[in-house]
Design a protein around this ligand. Sequence first.
Ligand SMILES: Cc1ncc(COP(=O)(O)O)c(C=O)c1O
Length: 243
Amino acid sequence: MTRFPIEEFSSLQTPFYFYDLKLLDRTLKEIKRTARDSRFKVHYAIKANANPGILRYIQAAGFGVDCVSGWEIETAIEAGFRGDRIVFAGVGKSDNEIRLGIEKDIECFNVESEPELRVISQIATEMGKTARIAIRVNPNIDAHTHAYITTGLAENKFGINLEMLPGMVALACTLPNIELKGLHFHIGSQITENEPFVMLCETINRLQDEYESRGITFSSINLGGGLGIDYAHPERHPIPDFE
Ligand SMILES: Cc1ncc(COP(=O)(O)O)c(C=O)c1O
């Protein structure tokens, strides 16, 4: 349970943020315990909190980072994250942000559309480098969370529809200076049920089987979203059930 050091607070000017690093530490340890299989890599979505101290703490614990802007990439690097532990999603990547990601040799661009894929290829070619990419697929799965933080339904702006995937895979295999690493899925935030993740994994397994039968193996499968805080009982369940 979080213990608020109220005596110390009285000497501080308001407003201020109080972060319970012991709880963060326990949470990170629990994630590491449940994701101990070395094939799993957990990335922290920096948009949740970009406080430099928090970022350094998460980096030191061995996690990667999930960015949605050039500023987030720069902030992650300042906090010590290596380029190869940074993934970059987002529907509005500017040319400059793409250039920055390539320059920093990031682990993966999670590509949201065909035009974006073409732009990344063009910029990587101009820079004489190869960009690693995953295709963000909208799996049309209801995460049973708030409509404003749902990302994986057909009506959401993120990623490409499943029907467009074959064309995108073919394009990624032919465009210059592009290395197709795999697929990316994100269904929403503040998810407190297991069922949407089971449905997501079933969809992903089916897709992988389909592509493997055609000789295409994805080396990376990146999926989210975030496990939610139990706001009804925040003190009772401060750490989500990662298992
Ligand atoms: C690609 C991606 N990663 C991460 C997030 C952050 O959410 P969460 O930490 O709940 O996964 C979002 C939210 O929209 C997202 O689209």
